[in-house]
Design a protein around this ligand. Structure first.
Ligand code: 4NP
Length: 155
């Protein structure tokens, strides 16, 4: 089972989701069967570590994002991954526009899985205040729990 999280830059939301989800699946002893990765729709931050604000917010919750590096989503990702999870509608529409038609069923909005948030998007914290990163973490933790539950149900 392979799960890919996708945002715009791959330095704020999707590496946060990768770190949160990886920690959760490891704590539930699913770290072997579930492979986790993240990517960006755009090339601005290829090779860069997550934004220092994202790293700091995650570190406060015991999650280390320092080893992650930005990369751009590729066509192969749609073949390799079972879930390609977009952080917002713009990411979602972009992914659908480059994905082979037969594989678009893999692309979903990550917030679909969040039981406690009605939002369908994780808001982009890049240009916002520092509190944006904690809100992003709250939303991602909720959706990550829902996603683990869905994977357990289905497989
Ligand atoms: P992310 O945030 O998509 O959550 O990684 C952003 C990072 C960089 C930019 C925009 C959003 N940017 O415009 O460079």
């Amino acid at each position: 089972m392979k799960v890919l999280f996708v945002c715009l830059g791959n330095i704020c939301r999707s590496p946060t989701a990768e770190g949160v989800f990886r920690k959760l699946v490891e704590s539930e002893n699913l770290g072997g069967p579930i492979f986790v990765d993240s990517a960006g729709t755009h090339a601005y931050h290829i090779g860069q570590p997550p934004d220092p604000r994202a790293q700091a917010a995650a570190a406060r919750r015991g999650i280390d994002l320092s080893g992650l590096r930005g990369r751009q989503a590729t066509l192969e990702d749609f073949h390799e991954f079972d879930y390609v999870l977009a952080m917002d509608r713009e990411n979602y529409e972009y992914l659908r526009s480059i994905c082979p038609h037969a594989l678009t069923y893999k692309i979903r909005l990550f917030m679909e899985f969040a039981p406690d948030y009605p939002n369908d998007e994780v808001p982009d914290p890049y240009f916002g205040g520092i509190n944006g990163f904690d809100r992003v973490l709250d939303m991602i933790e909720d959706a990550a729990g829902g996603l683990v539950a869905e994977i357990r149900r289905r497989y």
